[in-house]
Write a protein that binds this ligand. Structure first.
Ligand code: ME8
Length: 671
């Protein structure tokens, strides 16, 4: 990253030949996350996105709709802009290549290159793909088909204007070699280098005769031609700086820090754009990052397959932040991924509802109950005192790990490792859950001598949440805001909150919390088409583990004894049955049968491992009132402690859980 304090980030400008889909949403969300992160770090950010409105694709789409190309563009542009507003995209400008100033700037650059004899008129015969609007060489074309889109190509011979791209080949190779962050990720860099080192770079046809294509920017030196759509489109990264901002913004923001693109358009950026900039004597962008491709349920997204995913629908059905989170958490950035609603629902339940959502809700419930709804006061040195490490080792650890979190996240965001960054944040959430569980605040609450410890635990949990909200903000801005509000804070997330190291202790004692509805209500996964979302991510369907869970002892669901022996009332009274409310449920990894439940008994919460996973999806149990054996000695099942047993009907197979018709308080005795 450059040493300057500005950060200029762009997305591709999308064709307006159709409505936006998740691929467009993906790049734009990723760019938004980086823009928000850099703003939090105190950088002067300019975040640009927009639309590519000229060229054959748009002309054809307009013709199909029976309207003028400009009318078509004006009709579709709001669909992109509204989507970006809906997805909470914080772009600073939105460019359309039909904007008057953009057209003039493109013409100015064309004229400049023409005057320098870097554009010349020549003739060309080649295989032309109308869909991709480009010529292919003889060896590229197989069976008369475009190597890219597999549509038939046609041989065309025409006079055109050419940009002397070929002369920059060596300079470009040298540049890529000297700047290891220029093309990323590494395999893509090698791909571009490999191509440049083994093939001769030709000159680039930058015009189209108006007889073939009229919807474009006219060449300033020959009115019979319009410019090739890519020459027009790439210039947007510079032209926007000239007319979307008060000058001298080119000097302020150029070279761009990051062009974020999909892998489909890496060559146009790394080769066409770079050589155009060389010809214009302008510095090259710091980084061009090409991310991977989303398929849907294993298939390429296409209108004809009818599987194009509408991001509007995803945001409406699952929430904006969960959708943003899913796209970045599911697949390592740079690699391909497969989208499914099943996978999205599973992530929401497992990572968000059971993770940060549950941590916030349980922390605030306990603060409401035990601290009169205000952040508790804790002796300032409770974590720093001499024996803090001895008394509260888990709190000290959690605080220390949050202290180093910022540096680790900086490195991960620099490396575009969104999914690892989110995993790291999730691990801090589970650290907080662990220290809460270990300190058992529900027990501390009953002991007047343990109030300081109770307050230390609850303060620490709330402070973890405050700090984590800052780091979650770039990916889930709405959620960060809600966490802050529920903690009783009013945080201005547009301020450079991460410019300096985040200090522990920002929460002020006495702040009234404002517990709200759950951050992430659980969603019911769609039953059909269930399949793992990405092979690079967590396996979604646990594979049956052969050993531990098949033993009777490991299955806590009671099965009636084969020959029931009679017991006395006294014997029965030894068994303490209680009602419990299921707060969270998830599958035990590698087990088909076992579910890990977190249940509330009113004054306390417990973890129970139950062998009911074949009968129930974990999500379906949340909120259910069940009956548990409360005084069963804790036991470990597949290494996880179970603090009780759920009651269920069934023999060797669970048929149904015992639940209660009426709404009774969790923890009520059952007899
Ligand atoms: O290429 N998976 O516009 P475009 C991931 N106008 N990302 C995807 C995707 C998918 N399945 N489908 C699309 C153009 N994208 C030119 C760009 S820039 C000067 C001109 C994303 O509408 C990805 O970012 O075809 C890809 O590069 C871009 O949309 C292509 O958008």
């Amino acid at each position: 990253m450059s040493a300057k304090n500005t950060f200029y980030i762009t997305t591709p400008i999308y064709y307006v030949n159709d409505v936006p889909h998740i691929g467009h949403a993906y790049t734009t969300i990723a760019a938004d996350v980086l823009a928000r992160y850099r703003r939090l770090k105190g950088r002067d950010v300019f975040f640009l996105t927009g639309l590519d409105e000229h060229g054959q694709k748009v002309q054809q789409a307009a013709a199909k709709a029976g309207i003028a190309p400009q009318t078509h563009c004006d009709k579709l542009a709001p669909q992109f802009q509204e989507l970006w507003t809906r997805l909470n995209i914080s772009n600073d400008a939105f460019i359309r290549t039909t904007d008057g100033p953009h057209k003039s700037i493109v013409q100015r650059y064309l004229q400049e290159l023409f005057d320098k004899d870097l554009i010349y008129k020549g003739s060309y015969t080649g295989w032309y793909c109308t869909f991709d609007e480009r010529f292919w060489t003889e060896k590229d074309v197989e069976n008369g088909l475009c190597p890219d889109c597999k549509r038939p190509v046609e041989q065309i011979s025409e006079h055109n204007y050419f940009f002397r791209m070929g002369q920059y080949q060596d300079r470009l190779i040298d540049h890529i070699k000297a700047h290891d962050r220029f093309v990323r990720p590494e395999p893509r860099r090698n791909e571009v280098l490999g191509f440049l080192q083994t093939q001769k770079l030709g000159d680039l046809s930058i015009s189209r005769p108006k007889s073939r294509l009229s919807w474009g920017i006219e060449l300033p030196f020959d009115t019979h031609y319009v410019t090739y759509v890519w020459f027009d489109a790439l210039v947007n990264y510079l032209s926007a700086l000239e007319y979307k901002l008060p000058s001298p913004s080119v000097a302020r923001y150029w070279p761009a820090d990051l062009h974020l693109v999909g892998k489909d358009i890496l060559t146009t950026h790394a080769v066409y754009w770079s050589t155009m900039l060389m010809a214009l004597n302008l510095p090259l962008p710091q980084t061009i990052f090409a991310h991977g491709w989303w398929t849907v349920d294993g298939e390429k997204m296409s209108k004809s397959r009818g599987n194009v995913v509408d991001p509007n629908r995803m945001a409406a059905a699952y929430g904006v932040d969960p959708f943003r989170y899913f796209l970045l958490r599911e697949v390592p950035f740079g690699q391909d991924g497969d989208f499914s609603e099943q996978g999205l629902a599973r992530r929401i339940n497992s990572d968000l509802a059971n993770g940060i959502g549950n941590l916030l809700s349980r922390t605030l419930t306990m603060i409401e109950r035990n601290c009169a709804g205000a952040i508790p006061d804790v002796p300032r040195d409770y974590l720093d005192g001499e024996d803090a490490q001895k008394k509260y080792p888990l709190l000290v650890q959690a605080r220390e790990s949050l202290r180093t979190l910022g540096d680790r996240l900086d490195a991960l965001f620099d490396g575009f490792e969104f999914n690892t960054a989110l995993l790291l944040v999730a691990s801090r959430v589970s650290d907080a859950d662990t220290f809460i569980d270990k300190h058992e605040p529900w027990k501390l609450a009953k002991d007047p001598l343990k109030q300081a410890e109770l307050h230390a635990v609850l303060y620490s949990a709330a402070e973890c949440l405050r700090i984590l909200s800052l780091y979650l903000y770039p990916v889930m801005p709405g959620t960060a805001q809600k966490i802050a509000e529920q903690l009783g804070l009013s945080i201005d997330f547009s301020a450079p909150l991460l410019r300096n190291t985040v200090e522990w202790g920002g929460l002020q004692a006495g702040t009234k919390i404002r517990k709200g509805p759950p951050l992430f209500p659980r969603v019911e996964p769609k039953p059909e088409g269930a399949k793992p979302v990405s092979d690079s991510a967590t396996p979604s369907q646990p594979t049956p583990a052969p050993s531990a869970e098949t033993s009777a002892a490991a299955v806590p669901t009671p099965a009636p004894p084969a020959a029931p022996a009679q017991i006395t009332i006294d014997e029965f009274m030894k068994v303490q049955l209680k009602t419990a409310k299921v707060l969270a449920a998830e599958r035990v990894p590698k087990s088909e049968k076992l579910l890990k439940l977190r249940v509330s008994l009113g004054a306390e919460e417990r973890q129970i491992v139950a062998g009911i996973g074949k009968k129930y999806e974990p999500e379906s149990l949340v909120g259910k009132n069940i009956v548990i054996v409360a005084n069963l000695k804790p036991a470990k099942l597949m290494g996880i402690e179970s603090q009780g047993m759920v009651l269920a009907a069934g023999d060797s197979e669970v048929r149904g859980l015992i639940t209660i018709l009426e709404e009774v308080d969790p923890g009520t005795k059952v007899k």
